[in-house]
Design a protein around this ligand. Structure first.
Ligand SMILES: Nc1nc2c(ncn2[C@@H]2O[C@H](COP(=O)(O)OP(=O)(O)O)[C@@H](O)[C@H]2O)c(=O)[nH]1
Ligand SMILES: [Mg+2]
Length: 468
């Protein structure tokens, strides 16, 4: 038995208790300067405040937060990292004014169209000859931004010019807000689904056989619905060799996961395609994988399926150029763009802006903040302190905190959002874009340059008009 020094044990116990008390001490109430920064005071009140401040004694500077070392795995902070957070918190937003507009730098990258995207598209075109059905995967949180017209133009019709059958699958439904509780200032997912359903009617978009809304977990009814729709297409084709399906979409939209889930649901077989949280996991066209048995099987439901249904996985293909800069931020946030292409602090700032617009205060409680904020640095400092994302000297690492915040949101633990506004007009505009002849990268850049010039000229004219 090791000998215990009673004095050392007592000192250890006292310092542990002291650190627990300091961690549980509530944050001091918000100083006026912070409240102004957060714009939690209406603009018209600032003048009165300024007058009051000139008479009042100078406020004490904000206390610097205590420097902390990264917490060990058994500490309360580490447990906080693991425990699933509450999805809605009664945070008071009544005196808080969220930003109504997100300022986007003109230098924001507008493309993530890589060499292997282009090569994949060429190989997909070559492999199309025996493909009877395209499963087009889009992310339900960004149903318009993750719509890739390039895929549509390249794959939608056969060499004879006949439109190829398509089913549109909206994934990640589970990461959108729950249907019964629409967030303020945001559309209810049920309305978005209705708008998409009425838009995708076959009369509007060529040969769309069905659309399916899928999420992980308790959504196997949708998976069942998708298999049924695939079977119907196979029976319609009535080919002896069965049906070949190609699953296509933007990077990280959930294509490989869908293939695995269809196979597992229908044939109870294990994973056939590699999946991952970052884009670029699937680099090559897959070999066809069976998802439905052929007529020679004992399955009574395989009638009319020929040799069965096989599915081919493909690498994600990004749009050559994103003309709407905000769409690029949305795509980065949901993970269609590889992390690091856009600064994670910018992406986290965009997330903060969107969370505040929907009055989602999950972050306020989780990071122990005095209230909501529009200041991304304040947001990330609080996240860093709470999760131990600290630099060697103890200062908060904003980049690491930003990476963590983005991942945590993607896991559905920091408020769930629908990022695109889905209206018939917006869908109609996207359709027009999809029907335009494909823009080359250079053409797209030229187009953007011209648009920027026009924007700047309009801005200058506006300023001149004001000062005249
Ligand atoms: N929550 C959730 N995650 C999903 C869903 N579909 C895919 N994912 C995740 O999204 C990430 C990308 O999936 P993957 O299938 O590799 O995407 P791919 O690049 O389109 O093949 C993985 O981490 C998946 O687990 C979904 O419906 N819900
Ligand atoms: Mg994949």
């Amino acid at each position: 038995m090791p000998r215990i020094n009673p004095r050392a044990a007592a000192v250890k116990a006292v310092s542990k208790a002291a650190s627990e008390i300091s961690q549980s001490t509530p944050t001091p109430s918000t100083p006026i300067s912070t409240m102004i920064n957060q714009r939690s005071i209406p603009a018209e009140a600032t003048e009165e405040l300024a007058a009051f401040r000139s008479k009042a004694p100078k406020p004490k500077p904000e206390p610097t937060p205590p420097r902390q070392r990264p917490s060990p795995p058994w500490s309360p902070q580490a447990r906080e990292k693991k425990s699933p957070p509450p999805q809605s918190t009664p945070i008071d937003f009544s005196n808080f004014l969220p930003r109504s507009h997100f300022e986007i730098s003109t230098s924001l990258p507008r493309s993530y169209f890589l060499g292997h995207h282009n090569a994949a598209l060429t190989r997909m075109r070559q492999a199309l000859s025996n493909v009877g059905l395209i499963l087009e995967v889009r992310d339900f949180r960004v149903p318009i931004s993750s719509w890739n017209p390039l895929l549509e133009q390249s794959l939608s019709s056969t060499s004879a010019g006949v439109p190829r059958a398509r089913i549109i699958v909206y994934t990640k439904r589970d990461l959108a807000p729950p249907q019964r509780r629409p967030l303020p200032g945001s559309q209810a997912p049920g309305d978005v689904i209705r708008t998409l359903k009425s838009f995708h009617r076959p009369s509007k978009v060529d040969n769309v056989k069905d659309m399916i809304f899928l999420g992980m977990g308790a959504h196997s009814a949708s998976l069942q619905g998708l298999l049924k729709a695939i079977k119907e297409v196979a029976r319609e084709m009535d080919s002896l060799t069965g049906l070949r399906v190609m699953v296509v979409g933007m990077p990280n939209a959930g294509k490989s996961t869908l293939l695995n889930r269809l196979r597992s649901h229908s044939l109870k077989l294990g994973k056939a395609a590699k999946t991952g949280a970052q884009p670029g996991v699937t680099r090559k066209l897959g070999t066809p994988v069976r998802i439905l048995p052929g007529e020679d099987s004992n399955d009574p439901d395989s009638e009319g399926l020929g040799e069965g249904v096989f599915i081919v996985d493909t690498p994600g293909v990004f749009v050559p150029y994103v003309s709407e800069p905000e769409a690029m931020l949305k795509l980065a946030l949901v993970g269609c763009v590889k992390d690091g292409i856009i600064s994670s602090v910018t992406v986290a700032d965009y997330l903060l802006y969107r969370l505040n617009l929907t009055r989602s205060g999950v972050y306020v409680e989780r990071f122990g903040m005095p209230g909501p904020t529009n200041d991304v640095h304040q947001f990330l400092r609080a996240a860093a302190r709470r999760t131990g994302k600290l630099k060697r000297g103890g200062d908060e690492s904003l980049e690491h905190a930003a990476d963590w915040v983005i991942q945590e949101w993607r896991r559905g633990n920091l408020g769930r959002l629908l990022l695109d506004e889905v209206t018939p007009t917006r869908l109609e505009e996207a359709l027009q874009l999809a029907r335009e002849p494909s823009l080359s990268m250079n053409q797209a850049r030229k187009r953007e340059k011209l648009a920027r010039k026009e924007r700047n000229e309009a801005k200058r004219a506006g300023v001149a008009g004001e000062s005249a």
